[in-house]
Design a binder for this molecule. Structure first.
Ligand code: F6R
Length: 240
């Protein structure tokens, strides 16, 4: 895996923007992540599009995951997050932006149709990822199979705790999500993983330096030939 080391979160986001903008003209399907890590990149991407330096008009986006039980309109849903942080500011249409539904009547069918959708779009050209403190990618928690497809999963207690910061007071934090599987992610042509901060250092070390093992889902990325990790000093602080 290629590693680009940056001083801090701001530089990580700047490098990520350069990486994405270089590829955008050739990308048809861009895989996106939610969470805190890509936020600054999204802000910079919006600035670049508004300045006429790049465009997303030709791109379909597919997101990694959504909470089970949250309607698209729920403020903490990943649908709402993406709409607010990226899709609306870029005027991307609902026809070109895709996330799995968290409220499908038949969740298993929803998972199958999300896989079908990705295939019908021609597969993912570039998939962006963050990494969980426990090494998860998307919501594939430790123990997930490396060949897993989109499915409904139970969130690890540590993930629930980390994500509780996005929910108010004693608001219900969902404990299940629909997530792309590791097998689905590994089929992307190219992968970009972003990591920032000391909290991620252990997970980043496992991903880069341990033998691939299901205990660290991100270590599956070693099996892919085109992965770039852009990480800051703190996230890389436990690496050799
Ligand atoms: C988000 C996702 C998660 C996050 C990870 C890191 O769509 O799939 O794997 O990328 O939990 O989250 P942050 O960036 O908030 O630290």
């Amino acid at each position: 895996m290629r590693v680009i080391r940056t001083a801090d979160y701001e530089e990580m986001s700047r490098e990520a923007l350069v990486f994405v903008m270089e590829r955008l003209p050739h990308i048809r399907v861009l895989g996106l992540a939610t969470g805190g890590t890509p936020l600054r990149l999204y802000e910079k991407l919006i600035e670049a599009v508004h300045a006429g330096e790049t465009t997303m008009r030709h791109v379909h986006t597919v997101n990694l995951d959504e909470y089970v039980g949250l309607a698209d309109s729920h403020p903490q849903s990943y649908h709402a997050f993406m709409k607010k942080k990226l899709f609306d500011p870029l005027n991307l249409t609902p026809e070109q932006t895709h996330l799995p539904s968290g409220t499908a009547e038949d969740p298993e069918e929803e998972c199958r149709s999300y896989e079908k959708l990705i295939r019908s779009l021609g597969g993912i050209d570039l998939q962006m990822l963050g990494i969980g403190e426990n090494g998860h990618i998307a919501f594939n928690e430790p123990g997930s199979a490396f060949d897993g497809r989109t499915s409904v999963v139970k969130l690890a207690p540590s993930t629930k705790k980390a994500n509780a910061r996005f929910f108010k007071g004693n608001e219900f934090v969902p404990d299940r999500a629909v997530t792309m599987g590791i097998g689905t992610i590994l089929e992307a042509e190219e992968i970009l993983l972003l990591a920032s901060g000391e909290r991620k250092a252990q997970a980043v070390r496992c991903m880069l330096e341990e033998e691939p093992a299901e205990t660290c889902p991100a270590s599956a990325l070693q099996k892919h030939g085109r992965v770039t990790v852009i990480a800051d000093e703190e996230a890389l602080s436990l690496c050799r």
